[in-house]
Design a protein around this ligand. Structure first.
Ligand SMILES: Nc1nc2c(ncn2[C@@H]2O[C@H](COP(=O)(O)OP(=O)(O)OP(=O)(O)O)[C@@H](O)[C@H]2O)c(=O)[nH]1
Length: 182
């Protein structure tokens, strides 16, 4: 069977680590420099349980509270990774605005989303509590993870959870049990 194609967009405020998470997932490395993204697309074959997926990952340009939701990201996407940095309250506020705009532009009450609080290695600079992140995700009925792109902590789990969430949305629940990522 050919892999299932899944298109996923990474969204969030500037400099929260969208590119770093994408590169860590796809290439298994962390580059400690900052180069603002315009748009990048990555492809990776990944397996969740016995199903193979071809993930097309679109790393978008950072957005702020004034950005209009880019129309090109409202079509042909199966799910969204919404990223903030645990060191930035502003990025946490912006992600809520991005989520509202996403639902609005999709005209749906539910869209497969994983909320990600990145940069957990910078715990001394933490500005957003785990509890606040979890509560926000609960209010969205979304999955929630805290990650470190730098230390490769929970990075693959983001995509694993989202792929499962997308399966559920498509009515395929058999893959909700135990999971293996490769
Ligand atoms: N300590 C630490 N730094 C990180 C982490 N993830 C990203 N960074 C750093 O944060 C800065 C911004 O990372 P990017 O991945 O470029 O962020 P982005 O969200 O893609 O930024 P835009 O392209 O502007 O939207 C870079 O200097 C990264 O090295 C992390 O988990 N821990």
């Amino acid at each position: 069977m050919p892999p299932k194609e899944r298109n996923i967009a990474m969204m969030g405020y500037r400099s929260v680590g969208k590119s770093s998470l994408s590169i860590q997932f796809v290439e298994g490395q962390f580059v400690d420099s900052y180069d603002p993204t315009i748009e990048n697309t990555f492809t990776k074959i990944t397996r969740v349980n016995s199903t193979e997926y071809e993930v097309k990952l679109v790393d978008t340009a950072g957005q702020d509270e004034y950005s209009i939701f880019p129309a090109q990201y409202s079509m042909d996407f199966h799910g969204y990774v919404l990223v903030y940095s645990i060191t930035s309250q502003k990025s946490f506020e912006v992600i809520q605005i991005i989520y509202e705009k996403l639902l609005d532009v999709m005209g749906k009450a539910y869209v497969p989303v994983v909320l990600v609080g990145n940069k957990t290695d910078l715990h001394q600079e933490r500005a957003v509590s785990t509890e606040d992140g979890r509560k926000l995700a609960e209010s969205w009925k979304a999955q929630f993870l805290e990650t470190s792109a730098k230390q490769n902590e929970s990075v693959a789990d983001i995509f694993h959870l989202l792929l499962m969430q997308i399966e559920k949305e498509n009515g395929n629940t058999k893959e909700q049990s135990s999971c293996i990522i490769s």
